[in-house]
Ligand binder design. Structure first.
Ligand SMILES: [Zn+2]
Ligand SMILES: [Zn+2]
Length: 271
């Protein structure tokens, strides 16, 4: 079986996840992972469930123990998932020193003036498609200015739409081609990787974030820097559909997937 790489794995260092990093290393080895990219939520939006839940020292110890456990059998990377970095980056950088991390992902969980888009609440009133358009406009603002290595789970609003019982099987590239393409052009230009997040495959919407059409457009625009991540938080969805995600990348025409060490991408063959 092919080797797998997961660049989006939460540990018990985040309030919404419950498996210790050292245990995930064991599970990674059992599941044929060659590399595991841990992330901890760093959210400074008071509305966010993980607000105030990050402790850099505790996370450091947790990763150190995981590295010891790995004993060279699996590559362990220390990452951060920063919520809305375009708004909170300055405060975040007072809490952590990015040079101590292998990679930083930018995650849009909340849209300005609308609120959190992972749940159904944001979609309780107002036009849902206007909210989705606003999500993309804000994603563009985020990737234009933030100091990030990976754009995490683009399209996460589908989870909120599905929970609210609304339509989610549309193609945003047809609805807002200019904004979505601009996002892709900006990340290519700024060397930010596009993450293929497989966690939506275990939810009602059964979709990857982003949808395959966006991966294709990214490739057509010349994008090559892609990562794959399961967004593991707890059992029974550890490393969920990672293999399927890597197959989708290969089918879309990508030949390599990436990991990050000291914030420098490393290409690994997909085939
Ligand atoms: Zn997230
Ligand atoms: Zn995450």
């Amino acid at each position: 079986m092919n080797l797998l790489y997961d660049m989006h794995v939460h540990t018990s260092d985040s309030p919404d996840a419950d498996i210790p990093a050292w245990r995930l290393v064991q599970k990674g080895i059992e599941n044929n992972l060659a590399a595991i990219g841990f992330v901890a939520h760093l959210d400074l939006n008071p509305e966010d469930y993980c607000y105030g839940g990050f402790n850099a020292e505790v996370y450091d110890e947790s990763i150190a123990r995981a590295r010891k456990e790995s004993n060279g059998r699996i590559s362990v990377m220390k990452g951060l998932e920063v919520g809305e970095p375009h708004i909170y980056e300055e405060q975040v950088k007072n809490i952590v020193d990015y040079s101590n991390y292998d990679f930083v992902t930018g995650a849009l969980h909340s849209v300005e003036r609308i609120g959190m888009v992972l749940g159904k609440e944001a979609f309780a009133d107002g036009d849902p498609m206007e909210i989705v358009e606003e999500y993309y406009t804000e994603t563009l603002r985020m990737v234009e200015v933030s100091d990030i290595d990976i754009l995490a789970h683009m399209g996460l609003f589908r989870r909120g739409l599905a929970l609210a019982g609304l339509t989610y099987d549309f193609n945003e590239l047809e609805l807002w081609p200019d904004i979505v393409e601009k996002i892709l052009r900006v990340i290519i230009e700024r060397n930010i990787a596009l993450e293929l997040n497989t966690s939506g495959l275990r939810r009602k919407e059964e979709a990857t974030y982003p949808i395959p059409g966006i991966l294709e457009r990214f490739r057509d625009l010349g994008g090559t820097l892609v990562t794959v991540g399961s967004d593991t938080h707890r059992e029974p969805h550890v490393f969920f559909r990672l293999y399927q995600g890597m197959k989708l990348l290969l089918k879309t025409g990508f030949r390599e997937v990436h990991t990050f060490h000291n914030r420098v991408p490393q290409a690994l063959e997909l085939a």
